[in-house]
Design a protein around this ligand. Sequence first.
Ligand code: UD1
Length: 367
Amino acid sequence: MPLKTVISIVGARPNFMKVAPLHKAFQQYANSIRHLIVHTGQHYDEAMSKAFFDDLELPHPDFYLGVGSGTHAEQTARIMIEFEKVLGEVRPDLVIVVGDVNSTVACSLVSVKLGVPVAHVEAGLRSGDRSMPEEINRLLTDTIADYLFVSEPSGVANLVKEGVGAKKIHLVGNVMIDSLVHYRRKAGQSQVMEKLGVRAREFTLVTLHRPSNVDTLQGLDKILSIFERVSPRTTVLFPLHPRTKKMIDQYGLSGRIGSIKNLKLTEPLGYLDFLRLLDNAQLVLTDSGGLQEETTYLGVPCLTLRENTERPITCEIGTNELCGLDVDKIVRKSFEVYDGHAKPGRIPELWDGNAAQRIAGIILKKL
Ligand code: UD1
């Protein structure tokens, strides 16, 4: 078969660990498929981007669009303008987008308008909450994509309900878990716990960055109350997302957060350091999508500070529980975990480290 060109898009932090296993899988078919990586530059800080390329052994992106931050319209529009130029130059046979960030929807839209087929990895997930920018990105991307690669059964059900033809839908498992499986042992060699002075199963790992939690004073106030109440029982470890850091400063809460004993703030961490922490945490508090899945795989208790999830399997069979921003509930559930009464969980089917292989195999046949 003549050499086909496939472009994968990365933009924001949660994209890198999804494209890394795809890149590895395509390398096995190097005689038939040329795999290129386009980085939109949605995330650009060293700690939010380059550190992940290094940890995940990703090559330099073939194109870097350098779009940076902005309002949703500005960011999405800039990505579209810059990515259209790439497609003019390369004319790929397929564009792969992952996840639900602005880069995902922007590049999908540009591709289909130029007649380039699109594959969406992590398709079909729905929170049912259209106030989340990610939900809009998911709905729009799935509507126009040609190949829909799904990580859990709820995704298939959602797509079928929305009228998507069965031929487009492929339940393949979870590419982010591929990275976790691949790098777990290497992450075990990270010295991050020693550096931060924490011991296995004696700390609570926190990540929070959703606008609905961190963009209001009321939300941040509740989050700090949770830290104040659980920290006598655990070390709270909180790597700060740039957005969260900005809001804490803006609301003048740095003094209060700095005075909480047993709370350790850090910069955003790289993939391997973070994975070591995750694998050794007693409890995770988060509003991230990916962490709900990673904790389920690792069997680590997770309380999600959101009212809904687009990843229901993590609650149905995994270790995840939805708590909203209900301070009393979160503190009570945290104490249950510290007292040894965590919710047990199982690993979902097809979360086995081979999802990217399955996707590459299907794409090879289709092209
Ligand atoms: C984006 C995604 C979100 C994902 C998250 C993971 C969208 C709509 N949102 O949210 O789904 O869960 O990434 O991190 O695509 N900033 C920096 N340095 C950076 C990147 C951002 O300082 O490298 C700051 C900027 O002040 C920026 C703010 O963070 O305005 C938010 O960045 P943005 O990319 O707009 O959204 P995230 O909140 O990171």
